[in-house]
Write a protein that binds this ligand. Structure first.
Ligand code: DX5
Ligand code: ZN
Length: 229
């Protein structure tokens, strides 16, 4: 958990396992939770919606078996037709499923499908997707995932136009007295964390800045926290 000192607001830290060492994934996942990660962010990519291919249900199931019931697995589906995999993902152990608005033309139905499994619901939007595209579903979901890079790879640079979007969504959520969380994903590091914190996020996905440069997680988390004071 990070604390944004200016408002004494807690910000959930979601380490992205995309930057873990896949050869020692179980140990890295455990270290991420022990070192200050609140939820594990699992990036599922299909080589179609995004250019990269990563992991799927078998890996989620292996993580669940390894970590036990208490670990929270936040699964970010960067895949076409995500509705086809919702049930299997939840069965494998996902606690939250985030689908991309751009990949799900019947988004409302997909939200209902995720809800029916008992999992929490996230909707992700790409940097070029206008924020207004999610307004009609914000009250139905647990998390809006604002992509702050183009999805597909870790280690990219934060897109500066994202900050205005975060502020605008914060305003919308507060105006409508909603509890939906704002999550940001991509390029969140020492130089950008304070900016997104001030703009009003509730949850930051951090990949490379969490595991790199030397996999000293406590040091990385302390350095991130330091930027918020
Ligand atoms: C990118 C993924 C992110 C990625 C973030 O498509 O959705 O979760 O792991 O990595 P960093 O924090 O390195 O930008
Ligand atoms: Zn992600």
């Amino acid at each position: 958990m990070l604390v944004y000192n200016a408002q004494n607001r807690q910000i959930r830290l979601s380490p992205s396992l995309l930057s873990a060492n896949f050869a020692t994934l179980g140990a890295d996942a455990q270290a991420a939770l022990a070192g200050g990660g609140d939820r594990l962010h699992v990036d599922v990519m299909d080589g179609r919606f995004v250019p990269n291919i990563t992991m799927g249900m078998p890996v989620v199931a292996a993580l669940r078996a390894h970590l036990g019931a208490a670990a929270y697995l936040d699964c970010h589906l960067m895949i076409v037709e995500p509705e086809r995999y919702v049930e299997a993902m939840v069965q494998a152990g996902a606690n939250q499923i985030s689908v991309h608005l751009e990949a799900s033309p019947h988004l409302h139905r997909t939200i209902q499908l995720i809800r029916a499994t008992g999992a929490q619901v996230g909707v992700a939007i790409n940097p070029a997707t206008p924020l207004s595209a999610v307004y009609d579903v914000v009250e139905l979901i647990d998390t809006v995932l604002l992509m702050t890079v183009n999805p597909g790879f870790g280690g990219q640079k934060y897109i500066p136009q994202s900050t205005a979007k975060i502020r605008q969504l914060r305003e919308f959520i507060d105006q409508h007295q909603l509890t939906t969380a704002i999550q940001v994903d991509g390029g969140i590091a020492l130089d950008t964390l304070a900016t997104v914190a001030a703009a009003g996020v509730n949850d930051v996905v951090v990949g490379s800045a969490f595991f790199f440069p030397d996999r000293n997680i406590p040091q990385a988390v302390a350095a991130l926290q330091q930027t918020l004071y």
